[in-house]
Design a protein around this ligand. Structure first.
Ligand code: SAM
Length: 249
């Protein structure tokens, strides 16, 4: 059978395509994409013309079966999304799962991913992090989610939209405190790239002053809950102090 290639594409700057991605595009028989018109324009920029196959979030389960059949018949297929890495808040999971179950070779081609790119420039701890994708659109569900995450000590990464960012930051301020440090990475790799960080209370005030500050595509990064000073102490030292204090007058 053929091979399924999972190919990352740029998140703004068209130079962020890899040489390997371009080589695979010219080799495959078919390119599976979310928005075939959008992807057609992207690939024509690189001088590539290939048949497309539409794979959306809402039809992925059925369309994946068609693609698996094509792969079994020997076609080589590249999966791309509108931007960045497929499967990361984008379609592809069902297809990859079905391919692996059917013993079809899946080859990933790494490249741009907005979450990782933003994290790298955020100045927030990058050794341990949780990627949470998009928060729920409804405010009750969003608050519940943020409340559940409020004690998390790992860095939190979200995708957020221009329409909801101020509400989300207000919820973070309410549920995690005005002092929680956050970074908003906007329009990464594009002309108006801005990466700004502050305590959420301050950032919210600053963003609310000017519509332009919340335009475009954005990644929101929240510092994990800082450990209380006592939690950082060595448990053995705490035990020793307790023992000593019992002996003190
Ligand atoms: N699969 C993509 C990836 O690997 O990053 C993400 C797809 S998701 C549907 C789109 C969201 O990613 C946007 O709403 C935004 O939150 C984030 N995003 C994509 N491109 C971005 C960019 N250039 N700057 C900031 N955020 C971006």
């Amino acid at each position: 059978s053929g091979t399924l290639y999972i190919v990352a594409t740029p998140i703004g700057n068209l130079q962020d395509i890899t040489q390997r991605a371009l080589a695979i595009f010219s080799q495959v028989d078919l390119i599976a994409a979310e928005d075939t018109r959008h992807s057609g324009l992207l690939l024509s920029h690189y001088g590539i013309k290939k048949p497309f196959f539409a794979l959306h979030d809402h039809n992925e389960q059925q369309k994946a079966d068609v693609l698996v059949e094509k792969l079994q018949q020997g076609s080589n297929i590249a999966l791309i999304s509108d931007a960045g890495t497929p499967l990361i808040s984008d379609p592809g999971f069902h297809l990859v799962r079905k391919c692996r179950q059917a013993d079809i070779k899946v080859v990933p081609l790494p490249g741009a991913c907005a979450a990782i790119t933003a994290l790298c420039a955020s100045g927030i701890a990058s050794d341990r992090f949780c990627f949470e994708g998009f928060l729920p659109a409804k405010s009750k569900a969003r608050r519940d989610k943020l409340e559940n995450l409020s004690e998390e000590d790992r860095t939190l990464i979200f995708y957020e939209s221009t329409h909801r960012i101020l509400d989300t930051l207000a919820d973070i301020e309410m549920l995690m405190g005005a002092e929680r440090y956050v970074v908003l990475a906007r329009e990464i790799t594009k002309t108006w790239e801005t990466i700004c960080g502050d305590q959420v209370g301050n950032l919210l005030k600053w963003l609310a002053q000017d519509n332009n500050r919340t335009k475009g595509e954005m990644v929101l990064i929240i510092e994990g809950k800082p450990k209380l000073e006592t939690e950082q102490w060595d448990p053995k030292a705490i035990k020793a102090l307790q023992l000593i204090s019992q002996e003190l007058p």
